[in-house]
Design a protein around this ligand. Structure first.
Ligand code: FHN
Length: 433
């Protein structure tokens, strides 16, 4: 098939710095420079691993012989399982194959720079040793190991920042409905255990802010409480109260809480005003779901990653390990392939922000004097509107990086591309100006 050339219109890409300056995130007394300094590692990282793991992984999306619709970590709610019937799942949670160092290495080898791990999901089960409840991994499972502690120690050794996901919503705690102030004290007590006993967290992903008992004032108070222990931690917008539209429809909730916004299984269409991170499932469930075989292809996931960065965002890709402590092979294989792509093209991702051009055939990222065109196709030549005077153009993944022939006239850059497509998924043409 004759490879097409296509002319790309200039986008409205803004530099990440300019965007961060307009960020609406704020810490009392924190000016823009301090905010940018605190967010620097997170904007550099761009790519992280989400992990959803707990007793629901035992059920793995099935209950009483039936496959339950929806994500498996919601099974207690979706299958209307009474607490007394759900609790025995913890007694079956014995992940003897769990290897924190191996998990951290999988993340590292995929090119992921941070991890976000469910310390407590909506079922209220604590994957850490809490003194405030026995509904935790130490007291209610045969495994009796503090997996949050073990991961918090393994990740830094692999060069992966460790962070947690913590749910405000708690289906198990008796005070969640009738005595919510008491529940908040319980939740704050456990956050204090985590924030003072597990080292420095990179990020803290709150969730469950949509419950009617939760409001923006409580969110502001909780955010200040968390920062009183770890002022550096990067906190998401779900510590507060996203607008109902945002929370219910999964779109980018309009909110000014925390440091970044959290579109879920979706990527914005244009550069948002605040820092943001798309979290994404490999299939359709956050927790392990034995009957969910709808695995996204590696190329599609790489396309999502580059789209996020081209729009000034991060990409948090989720794994749902089995009850034995094994990350599903479908995820591991894809993560290895993504890691190989990152090994060849990571320069266009880490610390990069929006580039000047975008179309349905490509997006672009920018870092310093470099613009990286991420091509979803591979035409005979590439023509893009580009004002800056170009010094050099080359295929980023080519180890030799030979210069490509190019012309620049009246603000249009035309590059002759080699016949061999560099990547099966997204091929990156680097342009130095
Ligand atoms: O209800 C949760 C869901 O189980 C999962 O944790 C996702 C991941 O961000 N958050 C909520 C749904 O928006």
């Amino acid at each position: 098939m004759k490879r097409r050339q296509f002319l790309i219109s200039a986008g409205a890409g803004l530099s990440a710095m300019a965007l961060s300056g307009s960020s609406l995130a704020r810490l009392p007394g924190e000016n823009r420079e301090a905010f940018d300094a605190r967010m620097a590692w997170w904007r550099e990282a761009r790519f992280g691993m989400f992990i959803h793991w707990g007793p629901s992984s035992v059920a793995s999306g099935r209950w009483k012989g039936k496959t339950i619709p929806g994500p498996s970590e919601w099974i207690m709610n979706t299958a209307k399982i009474p607490v007394a019937e759900y609790e025995p799942l913890a007694g079956q949670f014995n992940p003897v194959k769990f290897d924190p160092a191996a998990w951290a290495q999988v993340a590292r080898d995929a090119g992921m720079k941070y991890m976000v791990f469910t310390s407590k999901h909506h079922d209220g089960f604590c994957m850490f040793d809490s003194k405030l409840t026995d509904w935790d991994i130490m007291d209610r499972t045969p495994f009796k190991r503090d997996v949050v502690k073990e991961l918090s120690q393994a990740c830094p050794k692999a060069g992966v920042r460790f962070g947690i996901y913590h749910s405000i919503l708690d289906w198990h705690h008796p005070d969640q409905k009738a005595r919510f102030p008491r529940y908040i004290n319980y939740m704050k007590g456990q956050l204090k255990e985590l924030l003072t006993g597990y080292g420095e967290f990179g990020s803290l992903f709150f969730d469950g802010d949509w419950i009617k008992q939760w409001n923006a004032e409580q969110g502001r108070e909780l955010e200040a409480y968390v920062r009183s222990f770890q002022p550096q931690v990067v906190i998401n917008n779900r510590v507060g109260k996203r607008s109902a539209l945002g929370a219910n429809l999964g779109i980018l909730g309009k909110s000014f809480s925390g440091d970044y916004d959290t579109p879920e299984n979706t990527i914005p269409k244009k550069v948002p005003r605040r820092d943001w991170e798309t979290c994404m499932t490999f299939n359709d469930s956050w927790g392990y779901k034995v009957d969910d075989h709808n695995w996204k292809p590696t190329g599609e996931l790489i396309g999502m990653l580059v789209e996020c960065v081209s729009l000034n965002g991060n990409f948090l890709l989720n794994v749902g390990p089995t009850a034995e402590g094994v990350i599903p092979e479908e995820s591991v294989t894809r993560l290895k392939e993504i890691g190989q792509w990152m090994g060849r093209n990571g320069e266009a991702i880490y610390g990069a922000g929006p580039g000047p051009v975008r179309s349905d055939k490509l997006c672009s990222t920018r870092k310093g004097q470099m613009v990286y065109m991420h091509l979803f196709d591979w035409p005979a030549q590439l023509s893009v509107k580009m004002k800056e005077r170009v010094k050099r153009a080359f295929v980023l993944s080519d180890p030799e990086k030979p210069g490509l022939e190019f012309q620049q006239a009246v603000g249009v850059l035309t590059i002759a591309l080699p016949s061999k497509r560099p990547e099966l998924s997204v091929s990156v043409v680097a342009v130095e100006s």
